[in-house]
Structures are given as structure tokens and as C-alpha cells.
Design a protein around this ligand. Structure first.
Ligand code: PMP
Length: 406
């Protein structure tokens, strides 16, 4: 894969007089110059509101916005750009599903099936739906190394299961869900399947038709795009049948005093002026990923993750959670150092310019399931390299020395 570090201006920065070693891509990725240029170019040359002007500039802005939708459609191999709804984030995509798709899909006594791996944004909206409808929430357990337990999944799927929603890749353990198998099993009992792709899209090619998912959600900012733009892919007939979550300008066809009619999907979901620049920035990020080659990105990151895991496991007192190898993880490694609070680890690493996450990673039910109050988490992006991992490990040795002398 071509060297990409020079595309990321921010990596030239120093933190505490040390080179920035950014190992928190799972929280948000850094943005390449190509994405920043696309956003600036839009504001410099094409800025106008979309879908309303008959004048040329507005048509150009609309074209750029709709081109971005087409790029997302190609990125996910959706049947058409019309299967792509722009949202604010994964969180918003999942909330819209829980609010708009959920009520027609579940009633009292029905079941919503999640897994213990979920991020809060794929738990709380379903809790609220369950509370409102009288549906029951159920959680699928994990195997020893943090994979979805397919035996438990099969046991928990019943004819009452109406919604199955789970992460494609875990933001804590980095494990990859066997999506195709789970979708086939869920469809067998008549359930609809929603996949939270927040941690997957930056690390592996995603084909929504091959996976046969009903809905797929992700955030632009985790795939080298800007914040404030997200995606909801939906199967055509489901999007057509689904009510909008918000109402207002842009999404309407005709407004009367008592009632209104709406645009077809996906536009009926995009009320008000959308995040035009965000969508265009996301389109540029996806172009960037395609140019690097998704298979090449995946291979490069797997090799770097193998190296990361090997080097981490060589540190005395370090416990790594989830798979004990690099090839079963996608972008993420969570661990603890014996006798040291994860926040202390992250604080000392920060002194060395090494930026990692510490805490519950918005996955408190998973932490409780694993019996952990918190962990340190490192996560990789296309710009990370062996030198970053060496700085991380040197920092971790320093943490150990510091606490040994304490
Ligand atoms: N799901 C997973 C698996 C995530 O890792 C995240 C972000 N940490 C989210 C959902 C939520 O993403 P956002 O905050 O961009 O909505």
C-alpha cells in the first residue's frame, strides 16, 4: 500500500514535545488532505442550498451532494443510491430505526435480540423501544475469545424475534461478527437485521447485498470523513414503508394546512438543510479509501495488528482481551496492565505523545459481562506504522517502571 502519512497534516504535530502517535482511530479517524480540500472546494466554489434552487449554483451543489450519495452506494455495493439515507451519525441512524422502523415491527411480547458486544448507541434506542412497546430485549453471549456465540444466538432466536441488531466489528474486542450466518439464521425466523458498521467500514470491504442485511449504519468520521455525517443503508421496500423520523422542509412533496405528502425515500428522511459539505467530505473519504484499495488497507492493517498483538503480549503483566492474535481483530486492541488503572496508563502515554483511549468505551454491558471496570484501548488506522507501535510499547514499559518504583 502506498505510504499515506503525508496525506495527514495533523500527524506532523507534536504533543508534549513528542511526535504525535495517534492510536484512537476507533473514536474518530484523522482526515486526509483530500477530504479537507473537497470540503473547502465545496464552500469556495459550489456552496448553495440543495434540492430547491432552479439556478445553476444550487444545481451544482445538489449534483455534488447526490454524487456523494452515489459514492456511498458504490462503497457499500447497495443496489442504488436511493438505498442510502444521509444521517448525522451511526447513533442517529440507529435511533431513526428504533423510532421509525421499530414501532411497526415489534409489539408487546415480541423480542429484540442484541449481543453483549454492543456500543451504547446500539443498546439504548432499543431499550426505549422495548419500554414503549412492551417488547423484550435479549442479549446473545460471547465465546471465550469474544466472538458472538452462534450456539447461543441460535438458542435465543425464536419466532418472536422481530429485530436483530449487532455490531459488524466490536469497538472493544475488535472481533468480526459472522454477519452472513447471523442474517441467514435471523431471516429464517422472520426477523429483520440491522448491522452497526461503525467499526467495520474503515477496515474491510462491506457489501450489503452479499451480507443480505436489511439495514446497515455507519459514521463518516470513522472512515476518514468529517464529523456530523452518517449513513443509513436500507432495503428498498423497507425504506419505502418506513416513516420519516423528522419532518420539515426538503423532505416534503406538497404541504397543505392539515396534512402533507412526502418525497420518496431516501429524501423523505432528510428533513431540513442537510450536511451538504459533510456528505461531500465523506464522498472524498470513500474515494480516498477506494484509491488505497480496501483489500490492501485490510491486509496492511492485519499485518500491523499482528505486530501490535505480538509486541503487547511480550509486555509482562499485560492482559489482552478478546482474540490473542492479530488476524481475528479489526483495528482494535483493548488491554490492561496489572496493578495500573487504565486512566493512569493513558495519562502517562500522553506525556509521550501516544494518544490512546481509556475507559468503558461506551460499552458498559460488555465491560460488566467481562467483569472489567475499564480498559486501555489502542486502535489503528491506515496511517499507523511499526514506529507507532514501538512508541506505544516503550511508553507501556515506562508505565510499568513508574509504578514499580511507586
Ligand atoms: N457503534 C460502534 C460500534 C461504535 O464504535 C461507535 C463509536 N464509538 C458508534 C456506534 C457510535 O458512533 P457515532 O458516535 O459516530 O454515532
Amino acid at each position: 500500500m502506498k505510504t499515506v502519512r503525508s496525506d495527514f497534516e495533523i500527524l506532523k504535530k507534536t504533543i508534549n514535545n513528542q511526535p504525535l502517535t495517534y492510536l484512537d482511530t476507533a473514536a474518530t479517524s484523522q482526515k486526509p488532505n483530500q477530504v479537507l480540500a473537497a470540503i473547502q472546494n465545496y464552500y469556495l466554489k459550489d456552496n448553495a442550498n440543495v434540492h430547491r434552487g432552479v439556478y445553476t449554483l444550487s444545481e451544482q451543489a445538489t449534483q455534488a451532494y447526490e454524487d456523494a450519495r452515489t459514492k456511498v452506494g458504490h462503497f457499500l455495493n447497495a443496489p442504488s443510491a436511493r438505498n442510502i439515507v444521509f444521517t448525522r451519525s451511526t447513533t442517529e441512524s440507529l435511533n431513526w430505526l428504533a423510532q421509525s422502523f421499530g414501532p411497526g415491527q415489534v409489539e408487546a411480547g415480541d423480542e429484540i435480540l442484541l449481543t453483549y458486544l454492543e456500543h451504547h448507541s446500539n443498546i439504548v434506542p432499543w431499550q426505549v423501544l422495548a419500554q414503549k412497546t412492551g417488547a423484550k430485549l435479549k442479549y446473545v453471549g460471547l465465546t471465550e475469545d469474544g466472538q458472538v456465540d452462534l450456539v447461543d444466538f441460535a438458542d435465543q432466536l425464536t419466532t418472536k424475534t422481530k429485530i436483530v441488531s449487532f455490531a459488524h466489528v466490536s469497538n472493544v474486542l475488535g472481533t468480526l461478527a459472522p454477519v452472513k450466518k447471523m442474517v441467514a439464521m435471523a431471516h429464517e425466523v422472520g426477523a429483520r437485521v440491522i448491522v452497526d458498521g461503525a467499526q467495520a467500514v474503515a477496515h474491510l470491504p462491506v457489501d450489503v447485498q452479499d451480507l443480505d442485511v436489511d439495514f446497515y449504519a455507519f459514521s463518516g468520521h470513522k472512515v476518514y470523513g468529517p464529523t456530523g455525517i452518517g449513513v443509513l443503508y436500507g432495503r428498498t421496500e423497507l425504506l419505502e414503508a418506513m416513516e420519516p423520523a423528522q419532518y420539515g422542509g426538503e423532505m416534503i412533496e406538497k404541504v397543505g394546512l392539515e396534512s402533507s405528502t412526502f418525497q420518496p425515500a431516501p429524501w423523505k428522511f432528510e428533513a431540513g438543510t442537510p450536511n451538504i459539505a459533510g456528505a461531500i467530505g465523506l464522498g472524498a473519504a470513500l474515494d480516498y479509501m477506494q484509491e488505497l484499495g480496501l483489500a490492501q488497507v485490510s491486509d496492511y492493517e492485519t499485518d500491523l495488528m499482528e505486530e501490535t498483538v505480538t509486541k503487547l503480549l511480550a509486555i509482562p503483566g499485560l492482559t489482552l482481551y478478546g482474540p490473542q492474535n492479530g488476524h481475528d481483530r479489526y483495528g482494535v486492541a483493548a488491554f490492561n496492565l496489572a496493578g495500573v488503572h487504565p486512566h493512569d496508563v493513558a495519562t502517562i502515554l500522553d506525556q509521550e505523545g501516544v494518544e490512546v483511549r481509556a475507559g468503558h468505551h461506551c460499552a458498559q454491558p460488555l465491560m460488566a459481562y467481562l467483569g472489567l471496570p475499564a480498559t486501555v484501548r489502542v486502535s489503528l488506522g491506515v496511517y499507523n506504522n511499526s514506529a507507532d507501535i514501538d512508541r506505544l510499547c516503550a511508553g507501556l514499559h515506562q508505565v510499568r517502571e513508574y509504578f514499580a518504583n511507586d
